[in-house]
Design a binder for this molecule. Structure first.
Ligand SMILES: Nc1ncnc2c1ncn2[C@@H]1O[C@H](COP(=O)(O)OP(=O)(O)O)[C@@H](O)[C@H]1O
Ligand SMILES: [Mg+2]
Length: 371
């Protein structure tokens, strides 16, 4: 049994309204840092509000240490939550803000003193305890909100887009801070974001959500390298995966992915799985970093077609090259910094072992072991 288990969770906001959360299942181990990642409106906030008890559940179970908490009041669930607008009280000092939930629990003064000081140390705001929120920066206020949430030693610490109100630089440094606090406190955390780079850099496991369903659960490397659906391949990574609509055809006994611009020989490892798709359309996906260029007409293994590089975006450590193949704009992430004049003709090659194919109906990845 896992520390937190969510089973067949469903949610509608009104009887005849749409299903907002559609049969969600998730197990979380003690000490994990879980990130819910997905576009706006996919149901992330709804899900963590149901865990916190701020939203009713239509169907399903939420168990913490084996106990179903669905009928418990928010304050009896052992969870703490912080929000995007980190509501801390302006008329209270930092100390009073952090102490507040402990006062409600009728914890003794000496114990409050001890716990507030310990938490303030962990979140690095010991020197601010006498200050008022108005005298502090956004990042410092955020740390106060975090301290107030964790001082009660919650079983689960829920964070709903806690960094989105901070400026870009602070947002990045607060990622490390929050992760540090999580590690020091040995908390079990669920963190919500729509920012894939935030999710990749913080999560032990990412829960990728789309339209009220889980698309994939996996470590950052798993969802990146082994994307389960077209949506995951598109949402994770910048620039996003390039997609081509192709048709699987057998030409002179060789299995090919074909469209009006190219014929690409299916790698051996995928031949068996793609045989079943002969005559059908599939989405072919290649990440920008798995496309190489070589001099035009040079047909190496993984050759797609010749093309014209229309834009070059130098990024310092690498470059982004932009071209069109048929109707589709394609981005290439070079390994090193590279500059070339726009309007250069090149040959495009893909790393065959990294090419992905997706079923157009189910959007699921067609994998070599899908026998
Ligand atoms: N109180 C509400 N009443 C009706 N619909 C809601 C309510 N809150 C959210 N929704 C709808 O539920 C869906 C999921 O919203 P939400 O959980 O806030 O998504 P996210 O946090 O991923 O952006 C959206 O379509 C949203 O419009
Ligand atoms: Mg939200």
């Amino acid at each position: 049994m896992s520390y937190l288990e969510i089973k067949n969770l469903r949610k509608k906001y009104s009887k005849d309204g749409p299903l907002i959360i559609d049969n969600l299942n998730l197990s979380v181990e003690k000490g994990e840092f879980i990130v819910f990642l997905g576009p706006s409106g996919c149901g992330k906030t709804t899900t963590i509000r149901m865990i916190a008890g701020l939203e009713d559940v239509n169907d399903g179970e939420i168990l913490i240490e084996g106990v179903n908490i669905i009928d418990k009041k928010p304050k009896d669930r052992g969870v703490s939550m912080i929000f995007q607008s980190y509501a801390i009280w302006p008329h209270m000092t930092v100390f009073e803000n952090i102490a507040y939930p402990l006062k409600l629990q009728k914890v003794s003064k000496a114990e409050i003193n001890k716990r507030v000081k310990a938490v303030a140390e962990a979140t690095d705001i010991s020197n601010l305890l006498k200050k008022y929120p108005a005298q502090m920066s956004g990042g410092q206020r955020q740390r106060v909100a975090v301290s107030r949430a964790i001082v009660v030693e919650p079983k689960i610490f829920l964070m709903d887009e806690p960094l989105s109100n901070l400026d870009a630089k602070l947002r990045v440094s607060m990622r490390t801070e929050l992760k540090n606090i999580h590690n020091k406190q040995n908390s079990t955390s669920i963190f919500v974001t729509h920012d894939q780079s935030e999710a990749m850099s913080m999560a032990d496991r990412i829960v990728v959500m789309y339209k009220g369903k889980i698309e994939q659960i996996g470590s950052p490397m798993e969802v990146y390298e082994d994307s389960a659906t077209k949506f995951v391949a598109e949402f994770i990574g910048t620039p996003p995966t390039n997609f081509f609509k192709t048709r699987i055809e057998k030409i002179d006994g060789v299995l090919m992915a074909v469209n009006s611009s190219f014929k690409y020989k299916i790698p051996n490892s995928l031949v068996k799985a793609l045989e079943k798709y002969v005559g059908k359309e599939v989405d072919m996906g290649v990440r920008p970093e798995f496309i190489d260029i070589s001099p035009e007409m040079e047909k190496t293994e993984g050759y797609i077609c010749d093309t014209n590089i229309s834009f070059v975006e130098p990024q310092g450590s690498h470059s982004i090259l932009i071209t069109r193949i048929g109707e589709v704009e394609i981005k290439i992430h070079t390994v090193k910094y590279m500059y070339m004049k726009p309007n250069t003709n090149v040959a495009l090659n893909v790393k065959s072992e990294k090419v992905m194919f997706f079923d157009c109906d189910s959007t699921k990845r067609i994998k070599a072991d899908n026998l």
